[in-house]
Design a protein around this ligand. Sequence first.
Ligand code: GLN
Length: 253
Amino acid sequence: MQKLTIFHLYPDAMNLYGDLGNITTLVRRMHERAIDVDLLDIKRGDKADFKYADIIFMGGGQDRGQKAIAEDLAKRGKEIKSEIEKGLVALTICGGFQLFGKYFKTSDGEMLEGISVFDAYTVGSDKRCIGNIVIDVSTQKWNSPLKTLVGFENHSGLTYLEGSTKPLGKVMIGYGNTGEKKDEGAVYKNCYGTYLHGPVLPKNPHFADHLILSALKRRYGKSASLKKIDDSLEIAAHKAAITRSRTAKTVHI
Ligand code: GLN
């Protein structure tokens, strides 16, 4: 039986707007394919050997949550980066995404060092970007007819991509990384950062499957594949979210 190991980073401090639902989605979609899952919660001070991880997940958190874990994450930075270089799959949301960049300077001027997986930095602003968001991910070449991701964003940090770091997608509705350029999120190898809460994976089954398939290929070889499952409900939810986002206004407060 195939088995994948998920490391969930700081579930106690970094979990906003249902981010935990991403773990539920990954586990459920793996179980539906008879893939066994080991799920490890990694909290501050816990021992963790990232060589055993197939997927790491870190959710969003308020500035307070980020301050609480930034130092612990920084100590693990070298090891995480080295595994990401070797293809480790990672999904990081909002506050987690910010700390996978070079730094997050909060709106009170405090500097939180990130682990520099992404060539990006984040600066806190005095506005919040709040609302439903839809992004175009057609450049990602995922094996799916869905070419968008839907979610909900709420952040004051604005993230600027540098160098060769590519965005995950282009904003169609909402703000994304800065609210000015159309960039949303970041991708480096198999590591993804995004501002999409919701949680993001239940209504974006193609993204969930892309993460699972990438992890399977890394562990079991390039011929690994995923059995199709019935996604009619998930796709209906995805489309309904797009329709709702078109009518509901996003706000800056
Ligand atoms: N504290 C960060 C910000 O507001 C992250 C928020 C979040 O994870 N939703 O920019």
